[in-house]
Write a protein that binds this ligand. Structure first.
Ligand SMILES: O=C1C[C@@](O)(C(=O)O)C[C@@H](O)[C@@H]1O
Length: 251
C-alpha cells in the first residue's frame, strides 16, 4: 500500500531526514531510519558531496526509492542562505537538479525555497506538474522569527504560486516567538487550502514539533539517526507524544 501523502489523515505525519555525505553512508542511515517506521523520508541533498554530479544524485535517489518502498520521499536542496550546507550549485543549477529528479525518478516531493527567483519557481512548477511530482514551497529563518504578517504571507505565496504544500521553519528568540508561529499556523490553516507544515526551531521551539498538528501543521520532522535542524525530537519520543495528544483530544 502507498504511504500517506502530506495533508492526508488526521494526525501529522512524521518525517525523518537523511544527512549522509556519501551514497554508502546515506543508505546505511536509511536502514536505521526505516526500522523506526517514519511516514515520510527527506533526503537532504545539500549534505551529499557529489551534488554537482546529476547522474550520481539520480542514482542515490533511485536507491532510496527502492529501499523505502511505499514511503513517500522528499528531495531537498537547502540553500546556505536558508540554513543549509555550502554547495557548489547556483540557484538555477539547484532548480535544474530538482527538475531532473522530477523527470528521472519517482520521488513524490521536491522542496523549493520561496526565496528563489519567481521564474525559477514557475519553471520547476511546470516540470513537476508534467511529471506528477509535488512541490513543497519553503521558507526558513535560522536567526529569528519574522512578524506574523510576513509568515502568513509565505503560506499565501505558496498557494498563489500553485504549489502543493507550504512550509515555514523559523528560530525563536523567546517563547513569544513560539506563540507567533503557532498562531500564524492556525490563521493560515483557516485561510489557505493547501496542506501546511510549520515549526519553531531550537529548544524553545521543540514544543511546536509535538503540538503543531493541533494548530494545522500536517508534518513534523523527527530524528531517526541524525538531526537536520536544531530542536528535532527522537522519533520514538515524538510518536509517544503525538499519540497522547491525539488520545487526549479525542481524535
Ligand atoms: O525545512 C525543513 C525543516 C527543518 O529545518 C526543521 O526545522 O525540522 C529540517 C529540514 O531538514 C527540513 O528541510
Amino acid at each position: 500500500m502507498k504511504g500517506k501523502m502530506i495533508g492526508e489523515g488526521t494526525r501529522p505525519l512524521i518525517c525523518t531526514p537523511l544527512v549522509g555525505k556519501t551514497k554508502d553512508i546515506i543508505l546505511l542511515e536509511l536502514v536505521t531510519v526505516l526500522e523506526k517506521e517514519p511516514d515520510i523520508i527527506e533526503w537532504r541533498v545539500d549534505f551529499f558531496t557529489q551534488i554537482a554530479d546529476t547522474a550520481a544524485v539520480i542514482e542515490v535517489a533511485k536507491a532510496i526509492r527502492n529501499a523505502a518502498g511505499s514511503i513517500p520521499i522528499i528531495f531537498t536542496i537547502r540553500s546556505i542562505r536558508e540554513g543549509g550546507q555550502p554547495i557548489s550549485l547556483s540557484d538555477r543549477e539547484a532548480i535544474e537538479l530538482n527538475a531532473a529528479i522530477c523527470k528521472h525518478t519517482d520521488v513524490e516531493y521536491v522542496d523549493c525555497e520561496l526565496s528563489n527567483e519567481p521564474e525559477n519557481i514557475k519553471y520547476l512548477r511546470e516540470v513537476a506538474r508534467q511529471n506528477n511530482t509535488k512541490i513543497i514551497a519553503s521558507f526558513h529563518n535560522f536567526d529569528y522569527t519574522p512578524g506574523k504578517d510576513i509568515l502568513l504571507q509565505k503560506f499565501v505565496d505558496a498557494q498563489e504560486y500553485g504549489l502543493d504544500v507550504g512550509k515555514v521553519a523559523v528560530m525563536p528568540k523567546a517563547l513569544d516567538d513560539v506563540l507567533t508561529l503557532l498562531s500564524v499556523t492556525l490563521e493560515a490553516r483557516r485561510k489557505v487550502k493547501i496542506p501546511l507544515i510549520s515549526m519553531s526551531m531550537g529548544g524553545y521551539g521543540a514544543v511546536t514539533r509535538m503540538i503543531g498538528g493541533v494548530f494545522g501543521s500536517s508534518l513534523t520532522f523527527a530524528v531517526g539517526q541524525n538531526a537536520s535542524a536544531p530542536g528535532q525530537v527522537p522519533i520514538d519520543d515524538l510518536r509517544t507524544v503525538l499519540h497522547i495528544v491525539e488520545k487526549s483530544m479525542g481524535r
